[in-house]
Design a protein around this ligand. Structure first.
Ligand code: AMP
Length: 553
């Protein structure tokens, strides 16, 4: 028997009522264990984590709150204004939709059971809708689903299609639940996940093939792997305590890319594992010229004009560009600098030490106009490292990276094998979850934004303060436009947003504060830039905030 979406909705409701993460893990584990069908298991994993596709999948539902209202209007006859009023009153889209569908349901006699498989088919269909009629077709398709679900299902369906499920199941809990359900090790689940970036697939392997199946999981060209991340070093001296003889490279001021090439096929993934190949034709041509073998390369794309790196925002503009790509390429010329290689002609290299990978990298990549390999020196002399650091800053880059030459490539991990050193007090990347309309001359604009850090253990956002300075008039207008579509509720001048956008914020100090649920507050926060390259889950975590707080003393 195939699972129904109703069973998933009941599970979501149950999980939402549990506060202990261990208990959630156990409840989840029991549920997963009993799923017979592989497809059902896959969909359950993705849906419970609030996703409809894995992060790197190009498909996208393209459903925002406006489209949801239209679909509900179609399904229930209620006006948009009426629905907005209900959402505002209830303070939560899911509960409001549950109420709206509940009212309608009293008039219907028959509720068709939606299976997970049929929901999956419809989601896939919606994601394929493009062109002129896409909007109206999506509204109809979504309305059709809402007409056949129960109120409880409607609550979770609304949150799911908006990318807003958040029932407290983060990657960590899911990983442990999979391990429990199929008696495999959490470490193996984690490792496989980092390599194929799809927990649904990992769960199916765990169920059918156990630990030995998981061990066989390896990276595959054209499926992005999680990128290895760097930890902050306080100083060169401190870094040398962790790495005796580091490889020192510039920390280029650009945006991370992972390039996969096999034969004539080339794919470029962004830091968020999105496929950005069509937006970067000169990089595609450059790599095709410079690299003749099958590879997966890790590097940084930078924009250089008149010999200096252009602000990072320009690169993101290029990454997002879908039309007139060539024109934009002249205005914002991009270059790529590779610093790692993970795969080479069928051989997986991630378990080789960095120094060996570097040798292969230098052999495989022939430098050309758009493509180069990061310059490195190996040294443990403070004066030498400081010189590299000063040079990097002088050239307009961010600082330096110090890497352990003996280290493996550990996907998705922020560890002590890669240390970064930057001059300023580190900025924070925080999720915007609310705001407030301005006053007087600025009443049309959102004048301040409420910020939150991320708690991966519960997949939730914890408030840490608000930012109201650092905006130009032009920026106020641009930001207000950007946030309008994310408004989830309003009470007077206070606005609640769907957490989607990440702000990079500078501040003077982190203080303890009972005022916010994170337990911390920022002194003098100001906006540095919008981090379009980061998703809310990439924001700084509560652990990181605690760590910076401690390091202040
Ligand atoms: P951060 O985003 O501040 O955590 O710093 C890590 C980022 O620095 C990476 O994700 C890369 O995008 C970037 N980066 C620039 N140069 C290098 C380099 N030589 N090695 C590794 N990462 C680099």
């Amino acid at each position: 028997m195939s699972l129904t979406f109703h069973e998933i909705a009941r599970l979501c409701e149950k999980i939402e009522g549990i506060s202990s993460t261990l208990e959630i893990r156990d409840v989840l584990g029991e549920f997963l264990k009993d799923i017979e069908d592989d497809g059902d298991l896959y969909n359950t994993i993705l849906f419970l984590m609030g996703d409809v596709f894995p992060a790197w999948d190009e498909r996208d539902l393209g459903i925002g709150i406006g489209l949801l209202y239209e679909a509900l209007k179609f399904a229930t006859g209620l006006s948009k204004e009426e629905m907005e009023r209900i959402v505002k009153e209830m303070g939560d889209v899911g509960l409001a939709v549950e109420f709206i569908i509940g009212k309608k349901k009293q008039q219907l006699l028959y509720v068709e059971e939606i299976t997970l498989q049929s929901l999956r088919n419809r989601i896939n269909e919606i994601s394929r809708m493009t062109g002129k009629k896409a909007q109206i077709n999506k509204i109809r398709a979504l309305a059709d689903i809402f007409m056949s679900v129960s109120p409880l299902e409607a609550r979770y369906l609304a949150r799911l299609v908006l990318g807003e499920l958040r029932i407290g199941v983060g990657e960590g809990i899911m990983r442990d639940a999979i391990a429990r359900a199929f008696s495999v090790s959490s470490e193996q689940v984690e490792r496989a996940y980092m390599l194929i970036s799809d927990l649904g697939k990992v769960a199916v392997i765990a169920k059918n093939e156990g630990n030995s199946g998981l061990k066989k999981v390896t990276l595959t060209p054209h499926i992005p792997i999680r990128m290895m991340l760097a930890q902050m070093a306080k100083s060169i001296e401190e870094a040398l305590k962790d790495i005796d003889m580091p490889v020192v490279e510039w920390k280029y001021d650009g945006s991370r890319v992972q390039v996969h090439k096999t034969g004539d096929k080339l794919t470029i993934y962004s830091r968020r594992l999105e496929n950005v190949t069509p937006s970067l034709p000169e990089i595609v041509e450059g790599v095709n010229k410079s690299v003749k073998e099958d590879v997966i390369l890790d590097g940084e794309v930078i924009a250089i004009k008149d010999g200096r790196p252009m602000p990072f925002q320009n690169i993101l503009r290029r990454f997002r560009r879908k039309y007139d790509v060539r024109e934009k390429a002249e205005e914002i010329p991009l270059y790529v600098i590779f610093f790692d290689i993970l795969y080479w002609n069928g051989i997986v290299l991630i378990d080789l030490p960095l120094k060996e990978r570097r040798k292969i990298l230098e052999k495989v990549v022939k430098e050309s106009e758009r493509v180069s390999v990061a310059t490195e020196i190996m040294s443990n002399e403070i004066s030498v490292i400081r010189e590299v650091y000063t040079e990097a800053l002088k050239a307009g880059h961010e600082g330096i990276m110090m890497k352990n030459p003996e280290s493996h490539y550990i996907p998705g991990r922020r560890g002590k094998n890669w240390l970064k050193l930057k001059p300023t007090l580190e900025t924070l990347d925080l999720v915007v979850i609310g705001g407030e309309w301005g006053e007087g001359r600025r009443a049309r604009f959102i004048g301040s934004y409420e910020l939150a850090c991320y708690d991966p253990s519960t997949n939730s956002f914890l408030r840490i303060g608000r930012v109201a300075t650092g905006f130009s008039d032009e920026q106020l207008e641009e930001l207000t436009g950007m946030f309008k579509d994310l408004i989830e509720g309003e009470e007077g001048k206070i606005i609640h947003f769907i957490p989607k956008i990440v702000f990079e914020v500078a501040y003077e100090e982190i203080q303890k504060s009972p005022k916010y649920e994170s337990g911390f507050a920022l002194r003098f926060p100001r906006l540095v830039r919008v981090r379009d390259d980061k998703s809310p889950e990439d924001a700084d975590t509560i652990d990181r905030i605690e760590q910076i707080y401690e390091s202040q003393f």
